[in-house]
Ligand binder design. Structure first.
Ligand code: GDP
Ligand code: MG
Length: 171
């Protein structure tokens, strides 16, 4: 019989890297050029078919990246099964911030948490500020899944969430 499993996913990363845009692309296949910034956190769900017999439902907490909301983050990652830490490939400071989130998750979150690093705004190649190889080497060393994504074009968005779903422990 078909298998169905449900997991909590949290999105973390600096403000304006495209967290909400990635979730909206994934959950609604939509993109807005002028997305209003998230206040507190937003909740969305989406399912992915992992194999012909297995469906995973993600319960997604999209957090606000601003410093003033930083103290709320543990509330969202504490029970999370998986996390997507997002940076913007055109802003190397956002990768530095992403690394700090990864460290915090690895110390404070569920010890089996699956973490993916997403280098978003892959469509803005002409403004690239983070080499793929640098981010990839970091992700490998830290034990993270790694994808460069574009919420705008949709590139690698489904792939990112499907890769996470495939690593989750489904009975
Ligand atoms: P958040 O603060 O991390 O949730 O970021 P938002 O999703 O609100 O996005 C911030 C801005 O970046 C918005 O103007 C989005 O339209 C834009 N944006 C998000 N993802 C992409 C992307 O993949 N490519 C481009 N070109 N712009 C993006
Ligand atoms: Mg947002």
């Amino acid at each position: 019989s078909p298998r169905f499993a449900q997991f909590k996913l949290v999105l973390l990363g600096e403000s304006a890297v495209g967290k909400s845009s990635l979730v909206n692309r994934f959950a609604k296949d939509q993109f807005d050029d002028f997305r209003e910034s998230t206040i507190g956190a937003a909740f969305l769900t989406q399912t992915v078919q992992v194999d012909p017999n297995t469906i995973v439902k993600f319960e997604i907490w999209d957090t606000a990246g601003q410093e003033r909301y930083k103290s709320l983050a543990p509330m969202y990652y504490r029970n999370a099964n998986c996390a997507v830490v997002v940076y913007d490939i055109t802003q190397s400071a956002s990768l530095t911030r992403a690394k700090a989130w990864v460290k915090e998750l690895q110390h404070q979150a569920n010890e089996n948490i699956i973490i993916a690093l997403a280098g978003n705004k892959f469509d803005l190649q002409e403004s690239r500020d983070v080499d793929t190889s640098v981010a990839e080497a970091y992700a490998k060393e830290a034990g993270l899944l790694f994808f460069e994504t574009s919420a705008k074009t949709g590139e690698n968005v489904t792939e990112l969430f499907t890769a996470i779903a495939k690593k989750l422990p489904i009975e």
